[in-house]
Design a protein around this ligand. Structure first.
Ligand code: PSV
Ligand code: MN
Length: 393
């Protein structure tokens, strides 16, 4: 069992309090599969209401002060006003996610499309997203491309890489001094034969070529089954190229379930590498973002639960006896080293997190506190009429 000295306990609590877990605006809208979207009551009808829900999650967790926006899903006339609205509610606009995957023109790709006019249209959207960042004060432009091919011979794999590099370079050149590109990768879907950014290596190579302001983002749901994600995390962090996470859980593919629900041990192993590589230091710039949908469960408590799951994995990684692990590793003590890791994982950190919340003036049980708050009943009563927000609308 991992026992903490009072000083170590203090350090762990301070680090946990400083951690920030970003919420995705789209998690609050209706979502589903290609079979059915089940509408829920009280769902936001616009970005303003999505931000209000995100602010509610932050009010109960204390560690989720930013909300990612997705453009055009979160388009408003005045983004500076939207950012002010967030601040008024106690949160801030976070990463801006570009969307070049839902326009008919992008059937054969966006930035890698064989048609130069369509490529220009895609790049124009990416540049427009940087305008949004200027207005909201956001640091990160998160890029995920659905581009790829379904059939051998459909297009030139090499030419598509050239087109991708060109689009990224144009976008990179437009970044402000403190802005970054976070380039996401995904093994498959919607393209099934080749994706143009299928893996961390491809993203890493493009980011290296672009320069310091381009980093890789690891969406935990975007790998082949059995992929050792913590290895990728360790490698990228060591190379100074880990820009952040899109956290979620998967059983089969890009399931977008609550982070830490399918495989909490994997989440712990990832956080262990983050902690070991210094990735919780603000200076490293690692962004901890959620990228999830809540198809059948209630959205706000599901986001609260997800934040708590990341916090629990982080706490377990922080209480791990790093000194004992180093000693065991140096001595070649395989069983001893593994025992140190398992001891940390098997420690119940919930009392520690309850203590943290109480110190912050929060309820130790955020889910129960939310249920008691009356917020759910209020949004169900108030949000009638209008068009509920949904993934893709
Ligand atoms: C793609 O699967 C992805 O992970 C990208 O981050 C998108 O922006 C997001 O999902 C949309 O939900
Ligand atoms: Mn993602």
């Amino acid at each position: 069992m991992t026992a903490l000295s009072p000083e170590a306990r203090r350090r762990v609590l301070d680090t946990l309090r400083a951690q920030s877990i970003e919420l995705p605006s789209w998690a609050f809208g209706n979502s589903g599969t290609r079979f059915k979207v089940f509408a829920q009551q009280g769902v936001p009808r616009d970005p303003w209401e999505k931000i209000a829900d995100a602010a509610t999650v932050h009010r109960f967790t204390g560690v989720s002060p930013t909300v990612s926006l997705h453009i055009p899903w979160d388009n408003v006339e005045n983004f500076a006003k939207l950012a002010d609205h967030a601040v008024e509610l106690g949160v801030k606009a976070g990463a801006i996610n570009a969307n070049v995957f839902q326009d008919d023109d992008f059937k054969l790709g966006s930035v890698t499309n064989p048609d130069p006019a369509i490529r220009r249209k895609a790049v124009a959207h990416l540049l427009e997203c940087i305008d949004v960042m200027d207005a909201t004060g956001s640091r990160d432009l998160k890029l995920w491309f659905s581009d790829g091919t379904n059939y051998p011979g459909q297009d030139s794999i090499r030419a598509r890489q050239d087109r991708l590099a060109e689009a990224l370079a144009t976008t990179y050149a437009r970044l402000g001094e403190d802005q970054r590109i976070l380039l996401e990768y995904k093994l498959f879907e919607p393209a099934f034969y080749t994706m143009d950014v299928p893996d961390w290596g491809t993203s890493f190579a493009h980011c290296l070529q672009l320069g310091e302001k381009a980093q890789v983002v690891v969406d935990t749901g975007h790998h082949a089954p059995g992929t050792n994600i913590e290895f990728i995390v360790a490698f990228l962090l060591r190379a100074g190229k880990l820009g952040g996470f899109d956290f979620n859980s998967r059983f089969y593919a890009d399931d977008d379930l609550m982070v830490g629900s399918a495989d909490p041990f994997q989440l712990f192993r990832i956080l262990h590498e983050v902690v070991a590589g210094g990735g919780l230091d603000e200076a490293t710039g690692v962004a901890f973002m959620l990228d999830q949908c809540h198809n059948i469960e209630e959205k706000i408590p599901a986001q609260i639960r997800s934040v708590m799951n990341v916090q629990e994995a982080t706490a377990k990684a922080l209480i791990l006896d790093a000194e004992a692990l180093a000693v065991a590793q140096a001595a070649g003590d395989v069983l001893g080293a593994n025992a140190v890791v398992m001891d940390a994982y098997n420690t119940d950190v919930r009392p520690l997190l309850a203590e943290l919340r109480e110190e912050q003036g929060l309820d130790p049980d955020p889910i129960a506190a939310y249920a008691r708050s009356g917020y759910r009943e209020r949004i169900i009563a108030e949000r009638v009429g209008g068009q509920q927000a949904g993934w893709g609308a």
